[in-house]
Design a protein around this ligand. Structure first.
Ligand SMILES: *[C@@H]1O[C@H](CO)[C@@H](O)[C@H](O)[C@H]1NC(C)=O
Ligand SMILES: *[C@@H]1O[C@H](CO)[C@@H](O)[C@H](O)[C@H]1NC(C)=O
Ligand SMILES: *[C@@H]1O[C@H](CO)[C@@H](O)[C@H](O)[C@H]1NC(C)=O
Ligand SMILES: *[C@@H]1O[C@H](CO)[C@@H](O)[C@H](O)[C@H]1NC(C)=O
Length: 360
């Protein structure tokens, strides 16, 4: 009898122990998420750029968003920035420019508490990857904006609690695709740089910006490589629906240079941690497994000859499509990537995944 009671109570103890451990694991929620990058994670900044035509503000963009309306996200529903926030139990970090415009309209109170999104469709690591003039917010400018946010927060909460807050926050960086498009759009760039030189220069320019984030308190980074750019429907059109190998080669070279840079940077700065997402491998895996590699929304061959516009046709099985338009993934594809970012094997995410990054 006695031993049974003891066993029961120790079982009970064990259950409580497991329960509280799980609770603790669940509670690993960062105070804030700061997002930098391009259209893969823009949640509406470009809507505030007066001269930009790179805006996702017409149907059928947003058709699967909760509001069923275009929001400035370059996809059918939520994008990776939304889905990461969702998994963390945080609201999506608002577009930086929307906060600025509220300041102009109301009482000069900026609330950056749970993070800010600086990403902008069309943005590159290089200023010059902005197609045309003032179409997007290049990375350097995004980081300038972050520096302003940092200063505002420092005044609001003081240097030491800000330092604590930022050291637990996640800094997401998803950029590089537009620089690769920029290379193939410019004979001049191709003449001046071999693909290898260009890839290394992208990575070292990115490092300067990561360093500026670090100088202003960032410690935990989630950094994505670029996908196989030559396989996006817009490029497949150029090679009888096969992927364009030169663009894939440059994408792979950049990802190599990026990983080397991150490894070296971590050796220099012992107090940073990062998680690198191999968008290339993850997207390739999806493309190989999918029966449709064309765009869901668009017109012409692969639905990629004419952009996704209100007059375009649109697929009904959006769950099964990898690409929403000629350049961007569907919400369904982004959901798979975000699952891999959180829990994925080192084949896709290394040296650690998001769950491990949060636990540090
Ligand atoms: C600004 O907003 C925050 C949170 O919304 C609030 O706690 C704070 O009191 C406000 N400050 C001012 C000066 O209105
Ligand atoms: C990029 O643009 C910013 C302004 O946003 C400017 O300050 C900076 O010098 C430019 N960088 C280069 C390398 O041209
Ligand atoms: C076109 O696709 C084929 C088959 O995948 C590939 O071997 C070839 O290199 C591609 N051509 C270009 C210009 O990318
Ligand atoms: C794609 O197919 C491979 C091989 O069948 C499989 O291991 C992998 O899990 C699949 N990926 C997805 C995202 O379905």
């Amino acid at each position: 009898m006695v031993s049974r009671t003891v066993m029961k109570s120790s079982l009970l103890f064990l259950c409580f122990f497991i329960f509280f451990t799980l609770q603790l694991l669940e509670a690993q929620k960062p105070p804030a998420v700061y997002v930098f990058g391009d259209s893969l994670v823009d949640v509406g900044n470009n809507n505030y750029l007066p001269f930009s035509v790179e805006k996702a503000i017409l149907p059928h963009y947003g058709i699967d968003f909760p509001t069923k309306k275009p929001t400035g996200r370059f996809t059918n529903g939520k994008n990776a920035a939304d889905l990461i926030a969702e998994k963390l139990g945080l609201p999506t970090s608002p577009p930086y420019l929307s906060l600025l415009s509220k300041v102009h309209n109301s009482n000069k109170n900026m609330s950056f508490v749970s993070g800010v999104n600086f990403a902008s469709g069309g943005a590159g690591i290089f200023n010059a990857s902005d197609k045309g003039f003032m179409q997007s917010i290049p990375l350097q400018k995004q980081v300038d904006y972050y520096s302003q946010v940092h200063e505002t927060l420092r005044q609001q909460v003081g240097a030491s609690s800000l330092e604590k807050h930022l050291s637990k926050s996640i800094f997401i960086v998803v950029i590089g695709g537009n620089d690769i498009f920029g290379y193939f759009d410019s004979k001049d760039l191709q003449k001046k740089n071999t693909p290898q030189q260009y890839a290394v220069s992208m990575a070292s320019t990115l490092k300067l910006q990561l360093q500026r984030l670090y100088n202003n308190g960032a410690k935990k980074f989630e950094v994505a490589g670029v996908g196989p750019i030559g396989c996006c429907p817009a490029y497949r059109l150029k090679n009888k629906t096969e992927c364009v190998s030169a663009a894939n080669d440059l994408s792979a070279k950049y990802n190599e240079a990026l990983q080397t840079m991150l490894k070296e940077w971590q050796l220099e700065k012992r107090d940073i941690s990062y998680s690198y997402f191999d968008t290339y491998a993850a997207l390739q895996d999806l493309i190989y497994n999918s029966t449709s590699y064309g765009a869901c929304c668009g017109l012409g061959e692969l639905n990629a000859q004419i952009p996704c516009l209100p007059i375009s046709s649109i697929c009904s099985n959006r769950q099964d499509h990898v690409f929403w338009d000629a350049f961007h993934p569907t919400e369904a594809a982004s959901r798979i990537f975000v699952d891999e970012i959180f829990k994925g094997p080192s084949k896709f995410i290394s040296p650690i995944n998001m769950e491990q990054l949060l636990a540090i």
